[in-house]
Design a protein around this ligand. Structure first.
Ligand code: ADP
Ligand code: ZN
Ligand code: ZN
Length: 676
């Protein structure tokens, strides 16, 4: 009788594998291989596990072993490359192999939905019904693009390219050419194209589909239904899907024939997973390309300082696209409006109002960017100073005028607008500051004839509403668009000649050392929405107006002259002096408890356990900037080193010790945190 021992890891913070017996239920059932998914009993539950070994004996007496409940024979076992990726993630981010591997599976597999899996497998076996003709016009590459494409396609083996090109310089065109070349040269190969957010840029998917009408193209992002996610994931892992377009989670898809990776907007913070296994999808993409010996292209108008550093030190190959690709599409002029001179009325300077007027006259679109939604960030009582604090968070509740509520953007708590001050009964409550709703209201008063559209998380919460709003802009049915960072990304709007930036200054004074880098990227991105198409005769020149109190700040000066390199070199000096990334490496231990003192005590204990180590700097435990969220209080401990191996070695020793600390706190470790 062919009975085997199968070694399995499970989604649990226990860093070990468990032995199970495998007894074939049918004569033709094969023994599970390494990399196969199985269902096993664990405690009182049955859970999905990953086979990491097989054998004939176990340290546990055979009669004590439980049996494998089910083996997913219909799903091919994961290959070594994927298992090694999971092992790397587990060791680098200090989680268990089971946590990593099981966590990234589609939910329907984790939940053992065998019927759905069978159904999905049938669907992916059907031939792809692509359209026959290529509907998109393929532009002739300009000189810079041609050089970039040639460099990428000439590469055999691993190489990281940093494609540094302003918005509209034709980076996407370079990706598409490189993809086409890869697919042509490896008939069964797969390529992975990663983007920060797919829902915000539906255009890209359309563009890819029309460029590759006959290819099997799949998506991987969190907006898919569970059955779509499963179907496309299976298409990838069985090698059928050729082009994978996905967000950060797509970096963990088991693509057995992967030949190239593209990471668009590589600097974007949304590549960082912020819960569970907190990985950087950009970094993992580079690791994966290195492991597989394939090329990877990182594209950005404002590369992260990490990538910039690698490019300058020669580890990455820099490919520059300094000019806009479309004929006659010039860079918009960037002007700083000094709001200490050109005083704001209702958040708008006269210069900006005049500029909007000119656009309306010519039937052109203006875009106003304010990265704060709601009507006002706080309301206050003029008599006693009461403020609309959230009683569950250390934050203010935001005034949403449309539905007359206060809402906490941290915990989601809502309450009706009080008619009188809850503390003193005064009826004179005042809204402080401005969000997109308030700007919209002001704009409607100033331009009563204009067609005005607001785009933010509140206005687009209904499914399909974002697409409707974007379509309205594409069709030219709008005069003035007001929006948050949702409208900054990747959209190729026509006839948009003015971008106004409202209240960008807060980031200049942030405690977060990456705030400036992020602000620059965001402003460049939103500025890139202006003047993407050719200038029409008689039209206004495309223009970006930034309202600021600090026009002489180096960030704005660099914006004005479009000299990211100048700003970066200043940031690099600061980072170098402080030992911050990319010159140093960080990890953050975060603790959550009902009471901040408990969280702090745990971190202090943790610090003692870590002790003094050569080359390692451990800060004091501090409460987080927003200390309380939904009645949970949070604190953090920062660990730094100039050497990655020193940091990793310390974490590897330290984390198992932390698991043994008896304290009533939840803690997580984050390696390479994006904000501290
Ligand atoms: P990016 O990704 O850098 O923002 P895109 O690749 O989207 O830039 O290109 C911006 C616009 O310019 C697109 O409409 C694209 O079709 C067009 N474009 C790209 N390359 C060329 C080219 N060589 N000649 C003419 N138009 C081009
Ligand atoms: Zn009051
Ligand atoms: Zn709250």
């Amino acid at each position: 009788m062919s009975q085997k021992i199968v070694r399995v890891v499970l989604e649990a913070p226990i860093d070990k594998s468990f032995d199970y017996l495998y007894q074939p239920t049918k004569v033709d059932d094969a023994i599970p291989e390494v990399g196969q998914l199985v269902v096993v009993p664990f405690g009182r539950r049955t859970v999905v596990g990953l086979v990491v070994g097989t054998g004939d004996s176990s340290d546990v007496p055979v009669e004590k072993l439980k049996a494998v409940a089910y083996c997913f024979h219909e799903i091919p076992p994961f290959d070594k490359a994927w298992m090694d990726l999971c092992r790397f993630v587990a060791s680098y981010y200090h989680r268990t192999l089971g946590e990593v591997a099981i966590n990234v599976l589609p939910k329907m597999i984790r939940q053992n939905k065998q019927k759905s899996i069978q159904k999905a497998l049938k669907v992916i076996d059907e031939p792809v019904k692509g359209s026959e003709q290529q509907s998109e016009e393929v532009p002739e590459l300009n000189e810079d693009q041609r050089r970039a494409v040639e460099a990428i396609t000439a590469t055999e083996g691993f190489s990281t390219f940093l494609l540094y090109g302003v918005t509209g310089s034709g980076k996407t065109e370079v990706y598409l050419r490189a993809v086409a070349d890869k697919l042509a040269s490896s008939p069964d190969g797969q390529v992975l194209l990663m983007v920060p957010e797919i829902n915000l840029t539906p255009q890209l998917e359309k563009r890819i589909r029309s460029r590759f009408p006959r290819e099997h193209i799949v998506l991987q992002h969190s907006g898919l239904t569970e059955s779509e996610r499963l179907r496309d994931w299976l298409a990838i892992m069985t090698g059928r899907a050729r082009i994978i377009l996905g967000t950060r989670l797509s970096v963990m898809t088991p693509a057995p024939k992967l030949r190239m990776i593209v990471v668009d907007e590589e600097h974007d913070p949304s590549y960082k997973q912020q819960e569970g296994v907190r990985y950087s999808a950009r970094d993992l993409a580079v690791w994966r390309a290195n492991y597989l010996k394939i090329p990877i292209v990182l594209g950005s108008a404002t590369p992260s300082l990490e990538s910039w550093h690698h490019a300058k030190s020669g580890r990455y190959r820099e490919l520059a696209l300094p000019e806009r690709a479309r004929e006659n599409a010039a860079h918009p002029e960037i002007t700083l409006i000094d709001t200490s001179k050109d005083k704001l009325v209702d958040g708008l300077s006269q210069t900006l109002v005049d500029a909007i007027e000119k656009r309306i006259e010519k039937g052109e679109i203006s875009l106003l960017f304010l990265n704060r939604r709601g009507f006002a960030p706080v309301i206050t009582c003029n008599a006693c100073g009461w403020m609309s604090t959230c009683h569950r968070c250390s934050a203010y509740m935001v005034f949403h005028k449309a539905n007359r509520i206060l809402r906490c953007h941290h915990c989601g708590l809502e309450r009706r607008i009080p008619k009188v001050c809850p503390d003193c009964g005064n009826v004179d409550l005042q809204a402080l500051g401005r969000g997109t709703q308030r700007i919209e209201e002001n704009i409607r008063l100033r331009f009563p004839q204009a067609r005005i559209l607001r785009i933010d998380a509140d206005s687009t919460s209904r499914k399909g509403s974002l697409q409707e709003a974007l379509d309205a802009i594409y069709h030219g049915d709008v005069d003035i668009v007001i929006g948050t960072q949702m409208i900054a990304k990747g959209h190729d709007f026509q006839n948009l000649t003015l971008v106004g930036v409202l209240e960008p200054d807060a980031a200049l004074f942030s405690h977060d050392f990456r705030a400036g880098e992020r602000l620059f990227a965001q402003l460049m991105q939103v500025a890139g929405r202006a003047g993407r198409d050719a200038v029409r005769p008689g039209a206004n020149p495309s223009q970006v107006l930034i309202q600021t109190r600090y026009p002489s700040h180096p960030l704005y000066q660099a914006m004005r002259t479009r000299r990211y390199d100048a700003y970066v070199s200043q940031l690099m000096d600061e980072r170098h002096m402080a030992g911050f990334p990319p010159f140093g490496f960080q990890a953050l231990l975060m603790a959550e408890a009902k009471d901040i003192s408990k969280a702090m005590m745990f971190l202090q204990q943790a610090k003692v356990l870590l002790g003094r180590r050569e080359g390692l700097t451990v800060s004091d435990a501090i409460p987080m900037t927003i200390m309380r969220v939904a009645d949970i209080e949070r604190a953090q401990l920062l660990i730094e080193s100039a050497s990655r191996p020193v940091l990793q070695a310390a974490l590897t020793e330290w984390i198992p010790q932390l698991r043994n600390v008896k304290a009533n706190v939840r803690w997580t470790i984050e390696v390479d945190p994006l904000s501290i």
